[in-house]
Design a protein around this ligand. Structure first.
Ligand code: ADP
Ligand code: MG
Length: 169
């Protein structure tokens, strides 16, 4: 999906970096989007969403939606819906949560999207997170070319910041 010249992956070395990068992402995300977060348990999916929420100015707690399936956030800019489908038992649960009504209402993040299968809308952004020793590698697939460039620019500036002050590693 991505042009090879466009940066679409970044290695992050700590929870702090994961959150800081998420906060930068908040600055370029559109008001409405469906975002899939792929990666095993402990990959850092919830941590990335926490960072994004901090970037939007949310100072309250950010709980993992493991048990509730959905944690909603009303932000001044837009609403943000954080789903974790790990424990989704059946499709009706998503209906009860009002997924259909939420589409087009804000930013929708899905951890474990593969458990929602056909019920979910197509993703505008897919973030795949993999362990690499104690660090994490985030790979982005982005539908919109403009957003693709914006995220590439963030990756570049974040990496520049890291190389300028390597003690942050
Ligand atoms: N880039 C990173 N480097 C090292 N540790 C990280 C990174 N991102 C997150 N973590 C840590 O990984 C653990 C799991 O994070 P979490 O976001 O709960 O994962 P998930 O939601 O994917 O299950 C947490 O202890 C978190 O601090
Ligand atoms: Mg999680």
């Amino acid at each position: 999906m991505n042009h090879p010249a466009i940066l679409s992956e970044i290695k992050l070395h700590s929870q702090q970096q994961q959150e800081a990068f998420g906060a930068l992402l908040a600055g370029v995300l559109p008001k409405h989007a469906v975002i899939f977060l792929e990666g095993e348990l402990g990959a850092g999916k919830t941590t990335l969403v926490r960072g994004i929420l901090r970037g939007f100015g949310w100072s309250g707690t950010v709980k993992s939606p493991t048990y509730t399936i959905l944690e909603p956030y009303e932000l001044p800019q837009q609403n943000l819906y954080h789903f974790d489908l790990y424990r989704l038992a059946d499709a009706e649960e998503l209906e009860y949560l009002g997924l259909r009504e939420l589409l087009g209402e804000g930013l929708l993040f899905f951890e474990w999207p593969e458990r929602g299968e056909v019920l979910l809308p197509a993703a505008d952004i897919i973030v795949n997170i993999q362990h690499e020793k104690s660090a994490r590698v985030l790979k982005f697939k982005i539908r919109d070319p403009h957003l693709q460039h914006q995220i590439a620019a963030i990756i570049q500036s974040f990496e520049h910041g890291l190389s300028a002050s390597p003690e942050k590693l």
